[in-house]
Write a new protein. Structure first.
Length: 75
């Protein structure tokens, strides 16, 4: 399951390849670690979570969008 982090879930394919490693596994795990660290930072300061992931139908992706009032920060 850790190898599926930062990926969209297709439950019909999940059980069939649970043991397969993927070459971009480190990248997905790193992205997940960064998001969890930002979330912890915000929660420890009493800030609302207001964090999102954005993926366009054509494959363009923003890993983390943080909403601060009327301002968005994308990483």
């Amino acid at each position: 399951m850790a190898g599926r982090t930062a990926n969209e879930i297709n439950l019909s394919n999940l059980c069939g390849d649970a043991g397969v490693t993927h070459p971009t596994l480190r990248g997905a795990l790193f992205e997940n670690w960064v998001v969890s660290e930002v979330l912890k930072w915000r929660l420890h300061r009493g800030l609302p979570q207001r964090m999102f992931h954005l993926r366009h139908a054509k494959g363009l992706e923003i890993d983390l969008v943080v909403e601060e009032g009327n301002r968005l920060t994308a990483t």
